[in-house]
Design a protein around this ligand. Structure first.
Ligand code: NAP
Length: 475
């Protein structure tokens, strides 16, 4: 179903939604074409007239209602997430909890959109700055965090006084429908949130052509993000881009190796390796590399791969067959260039895995910088281990990438904590911490990992414009 101007709409063209663990068709959703996209944009424009004039407290109350509704539906939505994109139920619940945190956080932040006064150069003038909503927002989201990426955009947009047209990933429309139902049930006025499924290119081209859409907020691949930045230039939209990553995970010889190995499991195998912040390269000091690889390999034996609806499963399927092929090709390329497979390495195609998109959790050692896996995002459960000798060397190698989203450092040396975290060219550094993402901290990357920040007090900034007002007083 589409949601336009407060109404659920069906069209005569549909998109099928599949379970990546079983290939079963879960259902179909209507798709929008140019006509529906234009309607959604104009209803959002109309709705903003009223929504942007509400008090911050009114908008806070609406968003708190949304958060409570989502909270009450956690089990139901978790099952939809797991069947639609594969992550185990516990991970789906953790994602919903994060998604709700964003709604609560931005409900509050909307009440702290402060202006400024500026000292004037003349006694007869008064200068001030006010903050106003940027305008109608076009939001485009990926499948790998099908709820949190939506609330991380819609909540700050609404809190700032903007309205939104959302185009979620085609793999996860059912989760998006559940999120928008919560906004509907919370009584959010018609047109403030609109939902479209369908051809990304067709819908987003309409966003780009429309001068009514003043902001594009996108989470997805770097390749698409670059295209959207280029396309936004025609109508000079504000953009924020949360794009791909290639996270280094550095283990120094003074680190707690058990803690680091446990952290590598969380950072690499959560969501079957399909996160923008997940570890892509593990660098281990030469003195401890063998010990670390043994510890990680033994913890990997405890991973239980299968259909995420089973509560004993800790790692689910990949999103589609192409993702399995990509993981397999990265492993093959690494082996051809000298890597050794320590754990896994194969597609799983028999028995319970026959109809799904499964790839074994895989550990490679003796990795080198010529391997494709050392510079391209795998987006799958494969991790290569590289060896280093010095701090300077590992910082240079960790930074040698066009990406700059998340990075991880494992050490118990306080001086090194400061020096290395300051030297890493990344938007996020987890020190002995594999899971740094929280609603109250700004999330985002540098270089080709993106522009702007989501979450934190910074996350509402991109939905606001400054207006400078200079007042000449009378005699
Ligand atoms: P994707 O292919 O770029 O798709 C993301 C969204 O963009 C989907 O809604 C997709 O729609 C849409 N899209 C695809 N092609 C488009 C086009 N030509 N014009 C306009 N929109 C288009 O990325 P993905 O495979 O879903 O997600 C994985 C990527 O997202 C990874 O690179 C990952 O690192 C990144 N990611 C980044 C963050 C972050 O916060 N930095 C978070 C999560 C994921 P359809 O589904 O209909 O094609």
């Amino acid at each position: 179903m589409l949601y336009i101007n407060g109404e659920w709409i069906e069209t005569n063209e549909n998109l099928a939604v599949k379970n990546p663990a079983t290939s079963e068709v879960l259902g179909e959703v209507s798709i929008a074409r140019i006509e529906e996209t234009k309607q959604a944009i104009s209803s959002a424009k109309e709705a903003m007239k009223h929504w942007s004039k509400l008090t911050a407290l009114d908008r806070y109350n609406y968003l708190r209602r949304v958060a409570n509704i989502l909270r009450s539906k956690t089990d139901h939505i978790a099952e939809i997430i797991t069947t639609e994109m594969g992550k185990p139920l516990n991970e789906a619940k953790a994602e919903i909890s994060l998604a709700i945190d964003y709604v609560d956080w931005f409900a509050e932040e909307g009440r702290r959109i402060y202006g400024e006064t500026i000292p004037a150069s003349s006694e007869s003038k008064r200068l001030m700055l006010i903050r106003q909503p940027v305008g109608v927002v076009g939001a485009i989201t990926p499948w790998n965090f099908p709820i949190a990426m939506i609330t991380r955009k819609i909540a700050p947009a609404l809190a700032a006084g903007c309205s939104v047209v959302l185009k979620p990933a085609s793999a996860t429309p059912l989760t998006a429908i559940e999120v928008v139902k919560a906004f509907h049930e919370a009584g959010i006025p018609k047109g403030v949130v609109n939902l479209l499924h369908g051809s990304a290119k067709e819908i987003v081209d309409q966003f780009m052509d429309s001068s009514d859409i003043r902001k594009i907020t996108f989470t997805g691949s770097t390749e698409v993000g670059k295209q959207l930045v280029r396309d936004s230039a025609n109508t000079m939209k504000k953009v924020s881009m949360e794009l791909g990553g290639h996270a280094p995970f550095i283990v120094f010889d003074d680190a707690d190796l058990d803690q680091a190995a446990e952290a590598a499991i969380a950072s690499k195998f959560r969501n079957a390796g399909q996160t923008c912040v997940c570890t892509n390269r593990i660098y281990v000091h030469e003195e401890v590399v063998d010990e670390f690889v043994d510890k990680l390999a033994s913890k990997m034996q405890e991973l239980n791969i299968g259909n995420g609806l089973d509560p004993d499963i800790t790692i689910g399927p990949l999103i589609d067959a192409n993702a399995v092929e990509k993981a397999a090709s990265h492993v093959q390329d690494a082996v051809d260039k000298g890597a050794e497979i320590v754990v896994g390495g194969q597609k799983l195609t028999e028995d319970q895995y026959a109809k799904g998109n499964f790839f074994e959790p895989t550990l490679l050692k003796n990795a080198n910088d010529q391997m494709v896996i050392s510079y391209e995002e795998t987006f799958g459960p494969v991790v290569p281990v590289f060896t280093f000798k010095t701090e300077q060397e590992v910082i240079e190698r960790a930074n040698h990438t066009q990406y700059g989203l998340a990075s991880y450092v494992f050490t118990n040396d306080l001086t090194r904590v400061y020096k290395v975290s300051e030297a890493l060219d990344y938007g996020i550094v987890g020190v002995n911490d594999p899971l740094p993402t929280v609603a109250q901290a700004p999330f985002g990357g540098v270089k080709e990992s993106g522009v702007g920040r989501e979450g934190g007090r910074q996350g509402i900034e991109d939905f606001l414009e400054y207006k400078y007002i200079s007042i000449q007083l009378g005699q």
